[in-house]
Design a protein around this ligand. Structure first.
Ligand code: F3S
Length: 402
């Protein structure tokens, strides 16, 4: 790999051992992938911050970095953690051990000492950060959350490879990553197009299922072109989360949405009938009356909250299931201002900020419980943890629990 004089200086330890080590990791991974140079990044989003995910080894590592005086070189934000940090015991049907609170607090302190902004959300794109940093088409970043990577590349034109948690951390410390994958404009050009044969706009549950279907068919290093009528932002969010969880795609090119020119270098076109989506939706129906209605994986948008409220109002009463919404602190503040929090609480909804059913200990205490959600990603992970999960769009969730 060609390194600049400055990069060599960092590698030699002139800016401290930690930065040298972080750069060494980035260079080694980049060289293994065949990258020829590094590029500066403008933002890092750190995943793997939940104690439930990284455990004592991760806590020790972060503490060592923070105590060694390591600081992020670029603005760094953080993914969700094990519980709502202001109300640790707010997650329904879940016990949060005081040991978990103590360890999680140490992780957050270490990240804060390193200069991270504790946004604690998997939807950094719904916060003020992209605007405040002027991130837009062609901005290079290192995001460690797969759903945000796919949404950033596909919807916003913010360029990030799908970084593992440690790599996003190292990139944030160094302020650089290797020039590879979707950072290279040539890699971003789709070669295979999937045309979804329907005039019907796909709701967010169907969009997630479409993500799974595309991942199952796609065999190209280049991103797929997915020509589908997505219903709105929630559909794009759930589709992005699905291609990052059912598979490892960092993006899809979506005509009319992705702010780039695909260059017309297509080699193959695949037609997908709507009935394939409908069939999979049928299979993924909730396995019985839900105990929990869950919205907010990735963290909820304001549009989803409004739709959930409209659906509950139409019903006119509390459903028999617990309603859980996970969302970012900034979106919670906005919903509070709009009166949505109060109104949804009136229907029995609980709000979990900073966390979600997947990265919290929820599944440990709820094996066998039936969850109905509008999120394919939530289905994907919760069902692997022994929770019984089904999918439906927001409007249908309350109807399932009458
Ligand atoms: Fe976010 Fe948790 Fe889903 S971190 S993407 S809500 S698994």
């Amino acid at each position: 790999m060609h390194l600049t004089r400055d990069e060599e200086r960092v590698l030699e330890g002139e800016e401290g051992w930690a930065k040298a080590k972080a750069l060494e990791v980035i260079v080694k991974v980049g060289e293994a992938l065949g990258a020829e140079r590094l590029i500066p990044i403008r933002h890092a989003h750190i995943s793997g911050a939940s104690y439930m995910t990284i455990g004592d080894a991760g806590l020790k590592f972060l503490k060592r970095l923070a105590e060694g005086g390591v600081r992020f070189s670029v603005t760094a934000t953080v993914n969700p953690v094990s519980y709502d940090v202001e109300e640790p015991y707010s997650l329904p049907r879940t016990r949060i051990d005081s040991r978990v609170v103590a360890a999680q607090t140490e992780i957050l302190r270490a990240l804060e000492r390193m200069g991270a902004i504790l946004t604690l959300t998997c939807t950094p794109y719904y916060t003020e950060i992209p605007k405040s940093l002027g991130l837009g088409r062609g901005s290079h970043v290192a995001w460690g959350e797969s759903s945000a990577v796919a949404y950033g590349n596909s919807v916003l034109g913010i360029w990030s490879n799908r970084e593992g948690g440690p790599l996003a951390l190292m990139a944030g410390i160094v302020g650089k990553t290797y020039f590879y994958g979707v950072h290279d404009p040539l890699w971003r050009k789709p070669r295979i197009a999937y045309r979804i044969l329907t005039n019907r706009a796909l709701d967010e549950a169907e969009a997630g299922v479409l993500g799974e279907l595309v991942v199952g068919m796609h065999r190209s290093e280049h991103p797929p072109l997915v020509d589908a009528p997505f219903m709105g932002d929630a559909s794009l969010k759930e589709f992005s989360a699905a291609i990052g969880s059912a598979g490892s795609l960092p993006m899809a090119y979506i005509p009319g949405i992705t702010p780039e020119d695909p260059d017309g270098m297509l080699e193959e076109e695949v037609e997908v009938e709507y009935r394939e989506i409908a069939r999979r939706m049928e299979e993924l129906q909730p396995p019985g009356r839900p105990d929990i209605i869950y919205v907010g994986c990735p963290h909820s948008s304001i549009e989803e909250l409004r739709r959930l409220y409209r659906a509950l109002s139409k019903l006119g009463r509390k459903p028999s299931a617990d309603i859980v919404v996970s969302l970012s602190r900034s979106l919670f503040a906005r919903a509070l201002k709009e009166g949505l929090v109060e109104r949804l609480k009136g229907f029995g909804a609980s709000f979990v900020r900073d966390s979600c059913l997947i990265v919290s200990p929820f599944s440990k205490h709820n094996r066998g419980v039936v969850v109905a959600t509008n999120s394919y990603k939530a289905y994907f992970y919760l069902s692997r943890k022994g929770v019984r999960v089904g999918i439906a769009r927001v409007e249908d969730l309350p109807l399932l629990a009458l």
